[in-house]
Design a protein around this ligand. Sequence first.
Ligand SMILES: Cc1cc2nc3c(=O)[nH]c(=O)nc-3n(C[C@H](O)[C@H](O)[C@H](O)COP(=O)(O)O)c2cc1C
Ligand code: SF4
Length: 610
Amino acid sequence: MLTDSPDAAHPSADQSRAIDSATAEALARHRSDSTRLLQILIETQDRLSWLPPRAITQLAAGLGLSRARVEGVAGFYSFLHMRPVGRYRVLFADNIVEEMQGSRALMREFCRQLWVEPGKLSEDGLLSVDVTSCIGMGDQGPSLLVNGTTIPALTQERIGLIAELIRNRTPVGDWPPELFHVEDNVRRRDMLLDSGVAPGDALRRAVAQGRDGLMAALKDSNLRGRGGAGFATWRKWEFCRQAAAPETGARAIVCNADEGEPGTFKDRLLLTRYADLMFEGMTLAAFAIDAKQGFLYLRGEYRYLRDRLEATLARRRRDGLLGRSILGVEAFDFDVEIHLGAGAYVCGEETALIESLEGKRGTPRIRPPFPVTHGYLGRPTSVNNVETLALATLIAARGGETFAQCGTPQSTGTKLLSVSGDCARPGVYEFPFGVTIAEVLDACGASNTQAVQLGGAAGITLAQDEFSRRIAFEDAPTAGAFMVFDQTRDMFAVARNFVRFFAHESCGFCTPCRIGTALLRDCLDKLADGHGSPLDLAEIERLDRLLQATSHCGLGQAAANPVLDGLRKFRKAYEARMLHADFQPAFNLDAALARARQMTGRDDASAHLP
Ligand SMILES: Cc1cc2nc3c(=O)[nH]c(=O)nc-3n(C[C@H](O)[C@H](O)[C@H](O)COP(=O)(O)O)c2cc1C
Ligand code: SF4
């Protein structure tokens, strides 16, 4: 690691040598393959603590890419640094539940103890402190990342201890291991978490029944994807199998372990304790669609799980469950590589994820074509969520009909929920689909509940009169997050946190989202500062419509959800912030905007309105 910050333009001879050796090793490890650019950048930064200009130049030359391309990729991911950062880089999770638990006060106290300002490098280059989006610890916050490793369950005492360790310049590897302990917090088990399916069971059955048998079981189960959209898994695999591939086995399986939605952490549990079910699901998918290559795209925030996952892969290879001729079946060859993300929520979107896997910026692609026909390197690719793949293993082992008997007709099986917020027992709950919001609230020990945010920032806000609704694709869907807010919480502050999240995570590719999320954030900040008026509420509604209708991907389309729901269901919380709550605009805003646009010939005509 470069312990002192090299002058960006003129590194010393020693620093240049360190940079050259770090880049050469990363390039060699990845055979100078440009599709691995993100992994190469991560590994180079691991050695140097940041990416000096000389490293970018060396990598560009080594990969045969332009310097601008390498710089463009490095600049996209928030965990990659193109300026010197502290020897200790501390990022406090900024999700709303952790904010409610006092994360901001803890960060201020931490900065006070170490004489550092958030967002700035300390003068001695020792420390930088900032915030980051949810790191998947909503059930045991407040939490932080130090040099990329998670520390949950922060308290004043733990903050004091961390400050002390940094003051003494103790290497993070020598910190007390209990600081890094992450609880599983499993609160309710059902058919998946209690399945008892042993490694290889499902694969053996699938091989015995053949591909058609496996696909029939999946079809009978009516399994729908757990990553959000709820697309039928058997159909996705069927499309992928039918799509023309350049050669035998050229299709790819991707497990989406990006889990970036604020308030979601159920995949963390599967990755920690049920990795065999997930890897077996990937191998079943490979068997079904004829794929040889698999990727686990692991969010950077979960890199503390990487070694354990690699060990599981190694064991599976030894046991003949991965690699060549799996279970002795000729030409059944498949293996999985782990790729790390680097702090970009949008990379959970499947086409952005594929771009990232190819070593590019995580910009969502224009669809169609869909990944099932043109995915990784243009090959047919199935992208599936961790939970979906684990469930596919359960179905292959136990049969589709048993699975379909659980849940509702359109939402079969169970759903893992990440429950956090104002409740006595936060954690992971496995419930059959069809469970009501009230039943989940009861199970987690929530009382006096004002609202539930279902599906994270991009999801829906449910008020008290909706607690009889059922968690199911046909009623109240969720990819996993279930955040509880009691009557003491300010629902305006909740929406403001989500809007800030979207403004931060917008990839900037399309104008409605890049500008719209920033304007939305500014409107809410203005209201929070007590400078808002009903005109701002009208402007918020207009921006929401614009975002939903014109954004290129799901991030921008969903960015309006929390405020739209908030305005509809908790309007008082917004009006209470206004300077002139009784003021009524004397004109129709949309008509005025259209007139202003006509007169000025400019799209940003709203800037000229009173
Ligand atoms: C902004 C955005 C973020 C997403 N993040 C995730 C994620 O973290 N994990 C996930 O499985 N799906 C995520 N998705 C959905 C994926 O695009 C994709 O639909 C999913 O991985 C498909 O898997 P499934 O068929 O198993 O549901 C996201 C979508 C969007 C628009
Ligand atoms: S909607 Fe937002 S996140 Fe999606 S492509 Fe456009 S700018 Fe990027």
